[in-house]
Design a protein around this ligand. Structure first.
Ligand SMILES: [Zn+2]
Ligand SMILES: [Zn+2]
Length: 100
């Protein structure tokens, strides 16, 4: 059995494998690390989706007066009502909503 990190031979001691380069292995521990990585990747994907928002150059921030805000729209449950726009100021990241 060889170390996957540095390639030197590993000698198991009391059910655990430890290498002089710092690599450690026990079956359960390895599995746990993999799971944590997968969960982190999922969170990053969700963050990216949220980031894709169009820019409304005419929207004026009520907080700092800056013109230009990112927005997303959300349809309310009643279909005859206008959709709600959620704005976020480009400059100060203040958030507000607008009924068009
Ligand atoms: Zn090693
Ligand atoms: Zn602002």
């Amino acid at each position: 059995m060889f170390c996957p990190k540095c390639g030197s031979m590993l000698i198991p001691k009391q059910g655990k494998v430890e290498c002089s380069c710092g690599y450690k292995k026990d079956e359960a521990g390895d599995f746990k690390i993999k799971q944590e990585l997968e969960e982190k990747e999922e969170v990053q994907l969700i963050d990216k989706e949220v980031e894709i928002r169009p820019l409304d150059k005419d929207a004026e921030c009520p907080e700092c007066g800056h013109k230009g805000a990112l927005y997303r729209t959300q349809q309310t449950r009643a279909s005859d009502e206008p959709e709600t726009k959620f704005y976020e100021c480009e400059k100060c990241h203040h958030r507000w909503r607008d009924y068009s």
